[in-house]
Design a protein around this ligand. Structure first.
Ligand SMILES: [Zn+2]
Length: 139
């Protein structure tokens, strides 16, 4: 099956992909997704900045109903999934979480992964980013 990433501007590399944000050359603030201006100061410019691939769950909830567009439900219709913020040390990233409901907890070590989001009309499977339990993470 052909696959593509949901938005190339969010990623760097492909195998495995990394998330890429931006870092202010003035104050060091890191943002994701990338943006043109620093949210904290007017001194610097925003430079491309690959993000760490592992972190910890900072907060989570269940996405029980379909989010607003650009969300597109998968072929079988919307299924509830876990979503939350992952603390990557330098920035919090909102992402799907692939941990199971019994395992999910604040502080859980997680690692970047990709998961199927939906299929294009031509059958291409579109992948989005997610974080799943990190077996190598310290408990
Ligand atoms: Zn700044």
């Amino acid at each position: 099956m052909t696959t593509r990433l949901i938005d190339d501007s969010l990623f760097e590399g492909a195998d495995p992909p990394r998330l890429v944000g931006a870092r202010c050359t003035g104050c060091g603030t890191v943002v994701f997704p990338r943006q043109e201006a620093c949210p904290r100061c007017s001194d610097g410019t925003m430079a491309t900045h690959p993000l760490p691939v592992s972190g910890r769950v900072w907060s989570w909830t269940v996405q029980a109903f379909p989010p607003k567009p650009p969300y597109r439900p998968p072929a079988g219709g919307h299924q509830p999934y876990l979503v939350g913020y992952v603390d990557l040390g330098e920035v919090l990233v909102e992402a799907r979480l692939t941990a199971s409901r019994p395992d999910i907890r604040i502080g859980l070590p997680v690692r970047l992964a990709t998961v199927p989001a939906f299929q294009d009309e031509d059958g291409t499977e579109v992948l989005t980013f997610a974080f799943g339990p990190d077996a190598e993470g310290r408990r």
